[in-house]
Design a protein around this ligand. Structure first.
Ligand SMILES: C[S@@+](CC[C@H](N)C(=O)[O-])C[C@H]1O[C@@H](n2cnc3c(N)ncnc32)[C@H](O)[C@@H]1O
Length: 268
């Protein structure tokens, strides 16, 4: 079951638009904006920085950082998907961000270019996260800051009528939408092997009990996506959606997930 973000440009225009609107809806949700704002606040806002958002998708993160940081900073958004970058350029209000279409492998930047690199829900979607970290390390300045934000997909849960169904669908979703649903648990080891020291980390547990909001938007998106990638049958996806909507209506909704932000500095 291929991760849809592994090679977005091989998907139909309809799928690209669905991914783009999903990334924008998620990224503009107050819960997500707060998490980006929290790591943005750890960066100095009164000195010019050179900042790369690697795997920027529609550019939601770099657009927000551009609003928070010194305006004479240089902002780059890089992605393997020309189609998602096309969407990013549409959402961009001005040309303060440089959008770079890159290939997997080496990055088109000189050694030591960036003060800061952000990877926001990238590493759970790439086949070789260690190679990405090592290449990012090359283009970071010595002592430069890497911020990696990702979901601990293996702990995301959407409660159903019985635990067996909950567990089966949670596990199906985790492996259908990512290559590495446990990336957060692997990151300390991966940082160590690629020349970084972890300087800090923070954890956000997003739980909704009674009514759904943030997670309800994922429920709608995944109920559509899962049958198209044959992760769930139409019937299973409909029943799953129906239970989540019903529990939201009657005030018994429960869904929860954990996001980690890692702060690391380049040692090389
Ligand atoms: C889940 S999306 C996240 C997009 C954006 N960071 C956000 O949070 O809205 C993952 C993105 O990583 C991109 N991607 C996948 N493999 C990549 C690679 N090797 N290098 C750069 N980007 C990659 C995909 O095209 C997609 O835009």
């Amino acid at each position: 079951m291929p991760d849809p973000y592994l090679d977005p440009d091989s998907k139909t225009q309809e799928a690209i638009e669905a991914m783009a609107s999903r990334l924008e809806a998620r990224g503009n949700h107050k819960t997500f904006l707060r998490m980006v704002e929290n790591y943005g606040k750890t960066l100095p806002s009164n000195e010019p920085l050179t900042v790369l958002d690697l795997g920027c998708g529609t550019g939601i993160v770099i657009r927000q950082l551009a609003k928070m940081l010194d305006p004479s900073s240089k902002f780059y958004g890089a992605d393997i998907s020309a189609k998602l970058l096309g969407e990013a350029a549409k959402f961009s209000e001005n040309d303060e961000i440089q959008w770079d279409h890159i290939s997997t492998g080496s990055l088109p930047y000189a050694d030591g270019t960036f003060d800061v690199i952000v990877m926001h829900t990238l590493l759970s979607h790439v086949p070789d996260p260690l190679a990405i970290l090592a290449e990012a390390q090359r283009v970071l300045k010595k002592g430069g800051k890497l911020i990696v934000f990702d979901a601990d997909h293996v702990s995301t849960t959407y409660n159903q009528a019985d635990y067996e169904t909950t567990r089966r669908i949670d596990s199906m979703l985790a492996s259908a939408i990512t290559i590495h649903p446990d990336i957060c648990r692997q990151l300390p080891k991966l940082f160590k092997s690629s020349g970084y020291a972890i300087t800090d980390h923070s954890v956000d547990i997003i739980s909704e009990c009674g009514k759904g909001d943030f997670w309800l938007s994922s429920v709608h998106a995944f109920a559509k996506l899962m049958p198209t990638i044959e992760a769930l049958s139409e019937d299973e996806a409909d029943k799953w959606l129906e239970y989540m909507l019903q529990s939201h209506e009657d005030g018994t909704f429960f869904a929860s997930g954990t996001y980690y932000t890692f702060y690391a500095k380049s040692l090389l």
